[in-house]
Design a protein around this ligand. Structure first.
Ligand SMILES: Cc1ncc(COP(=O)(O)O)c(C=O)c1O
Length: 451
């Protein structure tokens, strides 16, 4: 049936509910004061809508909960591991499946033997933990996003793409033997933007010609596949599953944090073709995560992840998911709030630098906006700007990440309404200054005050 109504219908019924805490403005003010104007310090019980992250905040299905009850908790050779292995093999085509407790464990394991001094990892843009694990191994991490990725108004549909011209230059200058490539799908650090199949094929061709190993950081593989289906010429008739399978088959391996498109709260995996790499990875896994058939997870987590990988490629789910993000983005634009366009897979990024021109970067405009969003409506979001990255910040963004299957269209309407109210008094918003902060990753624990 062609379903062409404007209303977004969540493709599920709600069987289990969790009440939301409604606080008065005074209570929110006191909570934020106690948190030192840093939303990471807020207890979740003080937050009405939590848009801090889409990672590990998913709602699971009845099938996933049922699978958890039936899971096999054997130490070695658990049935639930084989179920996950089968699901990952069918999806990715990789023979060796190595479960880990979350994405960064896969990163640490892979780069412990493929990274190291002298190696260079090229990427469209590495996520922070991926970069940190690469650099920790002694290797160098380099981002090569396309030019359009940094132009927030460009309607370019695949801003997650890697700059192939720049890639060729790195091969020419440094020689292929030192290089590795990691493509992040979707590109979380630059707006959750997708990578096109055409770009992936171009990267594959270069890597194959020069013998460079290609990995996908595929935490949001299903959202990327659906955005290809929507936006790339010739892909409309294919299923998201077919597209996802093709994406994985272009690479030598993948790192997956299951906390995003695995539709679980904890879990992940590393999957590879190469038996020597798999052996090295398993040796490391035993040392730091656990036996190769559980890798830091309970049998019930393996079971839930296997089921989640099936459910996430449902076309009705993906349609609802991507349309909800777009719906929120369009609503904010109509309310006069500038956002990074086009909207991508898992979040809407508000351009706080442009919205609050009266606040200089060192007074953290996006953090000021985050505080007002909480004060006005109890909504928690995250600053991605000068508080997080210091002088290296490329822009002053506020990310509204949407947990999967958790909120409905009316929750999104509420977010838009709260932003409209803030917009009316936008010129009155002041900046913040840091009272105390550690030297690294200061955004997690800094305490601030209004200037
Ligand atoms: C693109 C990407 N890669 C890797 C990770 C790390 O995964 P985890 O948080 O499961 O360690 C994340 C987490 O947000 C991510 O967004």
């Amino acid at each position: 049936m062609a379903w062409n109504y404007r209303t977004i219908i969540e493709p599920f019924k709600i069987k289990s509910v969790e009440p939301l805490p409604f606080l008065s403005r005074g209570q929110r003010q006191r909570a934020l004061e106690r948190a030192g104007w840093n939303l990471f310090h807020l207890p979740a019980s003080r937050v009405l809508l939590d848009l801090l992250t889409d990672s590990g905040t998913n709602a699971m299905s009845g099938m996933q909960w049922a699978g958890m009850m039936q899971a096999d908790e054997s130490y070695a050779g658990a049935r639930s591991f084989f179920r996950l292995e089968k699901a990952v093999r069918e999806l990715t085509g990789f023979r060796y499946v190595i479960p880990v407790h979350q994405g960064r464990a896969a990163e640490r394991i892979l780069f412990s033997f493929l990274g190291g001094r002298g190696k260079i990892v090229l990427s469209n843009t590495l996520f922070d933990t991926t970069r940190a694990n690469i650099e920790f191994s002694g290797a160098r991490a380099v981002d090569l996003p396309i030019r359009e990725a940094l132009d927030f108004d460009s309607p370019y549909p695949f801003k997650g793409n890697l700059d192939l011209q720049a890639f060729r230059q790195w091969i020419r200058r440094h020689g292929a033997s030192r290089l590795l490539c990691v493509v992040t799908l979707t590109n979380n650090s630059l707006g959750g933007q997708p990578v096109s199949l055409q770009n992936l094929k171009g990267i594959r061709a270069l890597c194959r010609r020069h013998g460079i190993a290609l990995f996908l950081d595929a935490a949001r593989f299903a959202e990327n596949a659906y955005l290809i289906k929507l936006r790339e010429r010739g892909q409309q008739r294919r299923t998201s599953r077919e597209i996802a399978r093709q994406m994985f088959r272009l690479a030598d391996g993948c790192l997956v944090s299951g906390k995003k498109d695995g539709l679980v709260n904890m879990g992940g995996f590393l999957a590879l073709h190469n038996p020597q790499w798999a052996q090295q990875a398993r040796n490391m896994l035993i040392l730091t995560e656990g036996f190769p058939t559980y890798g830091g997870l309970a049998g019930r987590d393996l079971e839930a992840l296997a089921q989640g990988l099936e459910e996430v490629l449902d076309e009705e789910y993906l349609k609802y998911r991507i349309r909800s993000i777009e719906y929120l983005g369009m609503g904010l634009l109509r309310a006069g709030i500038p956002i990074l366009r086009p909207t991508g897979g898992h979040a809407v990024y508000v351009d706080a630098g442009r919205l609050l021109p009266q606040i200089p970067r060192h007074r953290f405009p996006a953090q000021a906006l985050a505080c007002h969003l909480y004060l006005e409506g109890g909504i928690r979001a995250v600053e991605i700007g000068s508080l997080m990255f210091g002088r290296k910040a490329r822009a002053e963004l506020l990310r509204l990440a949407i947990p999967r299957r958790v909120y409905t269209q009316s929750h999104m309407d509420y977010v838009i309404e709260v932003f409209s109210r803030i917009h009316r008094k936008i010129h009155r918003i002041r900046g913040l200054r840091i009272l105390e902060a550690p030297r690294v990753l200061r955004h997690f624990s800094a305490r601030l005050r209004w200037v």
